[in-house]
Design a protein around this ligand. Structure first.
Ligand code: AMP
Length: 390
């Protein structure tokens, strides 16, 4: 049987796709549709023949998927489609084959993730129409965190909000944390169930997770991806009192405050320059004070969160860095680990400068708890979980 899985990640105005071998992790074809719903909607294909960008005449996600269908390599027909779905609520604790009942369940979770789940559903609906014969699987960003203990997932607010509406911490980036934690267990020659690590997924969105006994036991994101550490444009944790202050003293609406905390804060808000860490590193090296402040706050809060998340562990087998920043930024890894000496975490400047030693991504110096740089591969995780279900 073919092992090729089409992996789809549908957002509100974008669609990422990749054709991935669910056994070997080989990726043979991938791409991105952007600006969906707008006049300049376009889709870019990456394959062994190079890159190609084409306009999407009506800007529709379904058109983007049908354009992609025509480009799929003929000898690698997918046997199933794996969809990334952001919020699985309390119902979806692992990946599932999609049927009408599952679709209704994902729709129920939309109230918890109004920015994400409706777009995921749109992608699933379009793929079901265009590939009616292929099984489709939903892989949830929240699933790896579904075993969080009660003490980690409750907010200290009236319990009826949880009982009636499911207001609690769920966590995200689960597919990525799960993947890198399994890789770390391999690298450390331990069984996954007996590995205790902290993983820091640092991309445009950032989160930190403590992994023990093969599952997430605590994580920095909450009911929504806004909680936790500083991100590209999201604030991470703030005093909720600021929200009342903005409403009462600055007469801001709920929408304006949501926009401020989700899209104008984080690295962008602090630096007034950019949400992009590469840009900030260059600017701070050239003396830009805002960029330096953004990097300082990002690293300090990240170190503080890593440290806090160790309380649920019996020991620390490794700290993992992943995501665009975690995999590439020597400066951020160094600045974070420099503040974690109490946990016996010390990076080696040479290994760190090379994004890890040649073989296994170690960047710690002798005598330190292992610090690992592990490239994440969410597409492969989605493909392998999809393959396992069909
Ligand atoms: P992701 O969302 O995982 O693609 O990560 C995007 C983030 O990674 C952006 O903030 C990029 O600036 C950052 N990034 C990528 N490469 C580098 C690099 N070489 N140095 C610092 N940051 C980087």
């Amino acid at each position: 049987m073919s092992r090729w899985i089409l992996v789809l990640n549908a957002g509100s105005s974008s669609l990422k796709f990749a054709l991935v071998n669910g056994t070997t992790a080989e990726e043979s074809f991938s791409g991105l549709a952007e600006c969906l719903g707008a006049g300049d909607a376009r889709v870019t294909f990456h394959s062994e023949h190079g890159n190609q960008t084409l306009p999407i005449s009506d800007g529709a996600m379904e058109t983007a998927i049908s354009m992609m269908m025509e480009k799929l390599p003929l000898d690698r027909h997918p046997v199933a489609i794996g969809h990334r779905v952001v919020h699985g609520g309390e119902r979806f604790r692992q990946a599932v084959l999609i049927d009408d009942d599952v679709l209704a369940g994902i729709d129920v979770c939309s109230s918890l993730a109004p920015l994400h789940n409706p777009a995921n559903l749109q992608g699933i609906a379009a793929a079901r129409r265009l590939f009616p014969d292929l099984p489709q699987v939903a892989v949830f960003d929240t699933a790896f965190h579904s075993g969080l203990p009660e003490k980690a997932y409750h907010y200290a607010i009236p319990i009826e909000l949880y009982d009636k509406f499911g207001v609690r911490r769920y966590g995200f980036h689960g597919t990525s944390h799960h993947y890198v934690a399994m890789q770390a267990a391999d690298i450390l020659h331990r069984s996954f169930n007996e590995t205790q690590v902290i993983s820091a997924h640092l991309g445009n969105g950032c989160s930190v997770t403590a992994v023990k006994s093969g599952q997430s036991i605590d994580t920095s994101m909450g009911m929504t991806p806004l909680e936790g550490v500083v991100m590209g444009t999201r604030s991470g944790d703030v005093d909720p009192g600021i929200i009342f202050w903005l409403a009462e003293q600055q007469a801001m609406s709920v929408e304006e405050i949501g926009d401020l905390l989700n899209k104008k804060s984080g690295l962008l808000g602090l630096s007034t320059l950019s949400n992009d860490m590469r840009t900030l590193e260059e600017a701070s090296a050239n003396g830009h004070q805002g960029a330096q402040l953004a990097i300082d706050v990002f690293c300090y809060r990240l170190a503080k969160t890593i440290s806090a998340l160790t309380v649920g562990l019996d020991r620390l087998d490794a700290l993992i860095f992943t995501g665009g920043i975690g995999e590439n930024s020597r400066l951020i890894r160094q600045t974070v680990t420099d503040q974690l000496a109490l946990l016996n975490l010390f990076s080696d400047p040479d290994k760190n400068a090379n994004n890890g030693d040649n073989t296994k991504g170690h960047i710690e110096r002798d005598g330190s708890v292992p610090i690992l740089v592990i490239p994440t591969d969410e597409e492969y995780m989605i493909a392998s979980q999809t393959l396992a279900l069909i």
